[in-house]
Design a protein. Structure first.
Length: 301
């Protein structure tokens, strides 16, 4: 178990509003959602519809929420959903979704209806946070009456679209700060003990245990292996404490855990995990891995 003592709160006592306020006071803007996300999306409006589906109440003018959708929507085409930045601090998820729009997405729009929500949590993106401003994890909040505005707003938009989504890929990273900051913060917030594990060195996938689609996951990893390394299991044969389903793949109960990949009834779903702190990669390699994963997922279906 982790013995880390976090700087906020008293050990053994869950956070109340006061502690959450203290945590929020420590957060600050580190990068620009406008410059790094919205400006890039605006350059793509000749090829995709840029649709605002809400805004975050923490600052509605600063944090409008957008999806990009195929202009030539065809009802007979399969529909695919790409989400990034559910955890705002996971940079390649956001930039990988945007890079996909800038590169492969336009040609694929002839055969598929494409929906991309590149930055689900823009406040988290700017402050480099896993949580939102209310100390809630959006990727544990995709359920009815969600307490996370990021999750609830996207869920509402997708439901109102009322389309059958065939494939959903959710883009994430596993970083060293998961162990140094975010897991200790979670332990403090909820007054729980956290098991510790080594961060996997490499790319891996998290499949939905209710519909794992092993061949789909394997095809993505095989494609990604051409641009970056797949994470090996640890000495216990696990990744982040979970038994392998196959090399580079673990399974989670998506809807039970309130994960974004459980957002739809898609038959093919997966969550990517890139390790940006590996000495074997750089930022560009991580973005490329996300783009290859999206493209391989679509190619499979």
């Amino acid at each position: 178990m982790s013995d880390s003592v976090y700087s906020i709160g008293q050990q053994g006592q869950p956070w109340a509003d006061n502690e959450k306020g203290l945590w929020l006071d420590e957060q600050n803007i580190k990068r620009s959602y406008q410059d790094e996300v919205l400006t890039k999306l605006e350059l793509l409006t000749a090829s995709f519809d840029m649709i605002q589906y809400g805004s975050l109440s923490v600052d509605e003018s600063r944090y409008p929420l957008y999806v990009m959708q195929s202009k030539n929507w065809q009802t007979h085409n399969k529909t695919v959903l790409v989400t990034g930045g559910v955890h705002g601090y996971e940079t390649s998820g956001v930039q990988g979704a945007i890079r996909f729009l800038e590169t492969n997405a336009k040609n694929l729009s002839e055969q598929f209806n494409i929906i991309v929500a590149p930055c689900v949590s823009p406040w988290g993106y700017e402050t480099i946070n896993r949580w939102n401003n209310n100390a809630i994890d959006p990727n544990r909040s995709f359920y009815l009456n969600s307490p996370a505005q990021e999750s609830a707003t996207l869920m509402s938009y997708i439901q109102e679209l009322d389309v059958d989504i065939t494939m959903h890929i959710d883009l994430h990273e596993t970083t060293d700060t998961d162990n140094s900051e975010f897991r200790p913060a979670l332990a403090a917030r909820d007054a729980i003990e956290q098991k510790s594990w080594n961060i996997p060195d490499g790319f891996y996938l998290v499949a939905d245990s209710t519909k794992p689609e092993a061949g789909f996951q394997r095809a993505i990893n095989q494609a990604v292996a051409e641009v970056t390394h797949i994470a090996p299991a640890d000495s216990n044969g696990k990744l982040i404490g979970v038994e392998l389903e196959q090399f580079g793949v673990i399974n989670y109960a998506a809807r039970e855990l309130g994960l974004c990949m459980g957002l739809t009834d898609a038959s093919y779903v997966t969550t990517t995990e890139v390790y940006p702190d590996s000495p074997l990669v750089d930022d560009e390699n991580c973005v490329k891995a996300q783009v290859v994963a999206i493209s391989a997922a679509i190619a499979f279906i």
